[in-house]
Each structure stands twice: as C-alpha cells, then as structure tokens.
Design a protein around this ligand. Sequence first.
Ligand SMILES: Cc1cc2nc3c(=O)[nH]c(=O)nc-3n(C[C@H](O)[C@H](O)[C@H](O)COP(=O)(O)O)c2cc1C
Length: 331
Amino acid sequence: MYIFVWGVCMLKIGNVSIEKTAALAPMASVADRAYRTICKEFGACYVVGEMVSAKGLCFSPDKALDLITVTEKERPMAVQLFGGEPEYFEKALPKVLEFKPDIIDINMGCPVPKVTKNNSGCMLMKDPKLAEQIAKSVVKNSSVPVTVKIRKGWDNDSLNAVDFAKRMQDCGVSALTIHGRTKADMYSNKADWNIIAQVKKSLNIPVIANGDIISPETAKDMYDFTGADLIMVGRGSFGRPWLFKQISTYLKTGKYEEDPTVAERMEIMKKHIALICEDKGEQVGMKQARAHAIRYLYGIRDAAKYRERCSRLTSFEELLTLIDDILKNQN
Ligand SMILES: Cc1cc2nc3c(=O)[nH]c(=O)nc-3n(C[C@H](O)[C@H](O)[C@H](O)COP(=O)(O)O)c2cc1C
C-alpha cells in the first residue's frame, strides 16, 4: 500500500502515488480549479473535484465540461461523480475519461436534499444494493482507479458505515473516504472519529479520513487516532490554503511555520482571485471571489468593515484598492 521515494512515504491508490500528507476535500462551489490549484501549490497532496452529475453529463455534457477538466497542476486529481442510476455512470464515464483524471470518485455521502432525492449521494447508503451496482459498473468500465466517499450512515438509527464500506471494497474500489457524520448531522455535531477508526480496521484498501481537521495538530491526531492511510481537509482550508504546508511540515518535523503576515495573506488572496478570474472571466469570477475574499480577512483589524466591501466586489481593480486600504490600516 505504501512506497518510499527518497524517504517520502507515498500511498498507492491503484497505480496512483500520493504523498501521505493532507488531501483537499471535494467542495462544490468552493473548491473549484483556482482553489484546488492554490491548495496544491501549498502542498495539498491530492485533490478531488466538485461533484458532477452522471446524468447531467449524459444529457448536457458541455455544461459540465469545466467540472471534469483536469489540468496538470492539479494532479493527482479525482473527478467526482454523483447519481442514482448505474446506466448514467456507464454512459458518462467515457466522456470523463477523455480528460484523463487520475481517479474517479463516487459521491455516496452528499446530504443535500436536491441530491439525495434522486437516489444519489448519501441516499445510496440506504440502498446498498443499488450502491453496489453503481460501484461495480464504474469499476468495470473505468481505466483508472475508482474510490467511494461515504458518511457514517444516514442517521443515528442506521449507522452502517462499516458494513457499507466492506461492500464497496468487495465491489473492487481502490480506496474509500469516510466523513464521520451522518446525513442527518449535515455539518453539525462533531465528526465521529471512532467510526473512521472502525472502518479503517475493517478494510484492506486505503481509507481516507475526513471531518473536522482544522490545524496541523488535528491532522496528526486524525492519523494517530484512526490509523487512516490519508487525511482529507475541507472547511479548515477556507481562506487558509497554507494550512496544507503547515500540516505537511508538522507531520515531518513536529513543528510548523506561523500563519502568513497580513501582507503575505493579501498576496495569496490576490493570487487566488486572479486564478478565479483567469478561469471564469472577471465578471463571473469576481462574484464568486467575494466569499473567498471574506474568508481571507479572518482576524485582521476592522475585518467587519472590509468584509462588507468584499461582498460588493465587481472588479479585480476594486480588489487591489481594497488590499491597499487594508494594508495601510494594519500598521
Ligand atoms: C461547501 C461545501 C461543498 C461540499 N461539496 C462536496 C462535494 O461536492 N462532494 C463531496 O463528496 N463532499 C462535499 N462536501 C463535503 C466535504 O467534502 C467534507 O466531507 C466535509 O466538509 C467534512 O470535512 P471538513 O470537516 O474538513 O469540512 C462539501 C462540503 C462543503 C462545506
């Protein structure tokens, strides 16, 4: 499962080598190409794209092309599919494989009603037979390793992560990610790391642990507590892509660099937002950049005032003026 290259521990998922540090979680409408790229630059060892509908890919592939495009800078990267009908996965796969993802991930954990109502996302944990059909069909038709991302179960009365994960392993998937919450939890309550440890103990394939990693210390704790083969960070990276570097350094040395200064943070934000605009055009890009900009302001002086300005940004020029004003005010 592991190989060492120049002393660096690499996890193998199928034929894909991934450094055993911290991966970026799939996050629809947040972890787009710009976000993945900046996290990758800060050392995220693996990234998963925003979920894309297998059915949508069959009916209007052009709309989803952006979501299945993989650039060299993002590798190793998984494209994540969701859906409730094996035939749509089968039909969508050749289109996805044209873009040469390193891995195909199947979303069996999304709690959002828009997704679960179509037998997709976490609803598949309630219907393991259908989940097996989907996993088997994707494994059979994919030329790259297939992974599955699950939750702890649907709700506290149906905590079936261990049994479900074993079924997925039996279908031939190459790794499994588990987020330690139920569908009913959505994002509330603490993620249950015990269930992640149980899943890890029960499987032979690599297990990726996810939920509430927000610092280098919690990253190490997750590895130690669960014995997971890899850890995955979602919300903890909001406005802090440097967290990946801190985690990686901490895992190797037991120490990590402090957070960047405000000036450095503003440079990182500028670079991130420039990437969004490059990818999506300035008009669309700046609208999407607003939420990201707000997250970079955490803890700075007069943040509330600047947050309000972030929420009205319409051009890159305005962002530069905002950054100038912020920096003048920090000394
Ligand atoms: C805004 C947002 C979008 C998400 N989109 C996806 C998605 O597309 N696919 C998926 O499997 N999980 C998705 N998730 C769940 C995350 O991948 C992750 O499992 C969850 O946030 C828990 O990890 P964390 O505590 O590190 O944030 C999303 C989460 C958030 C907050």
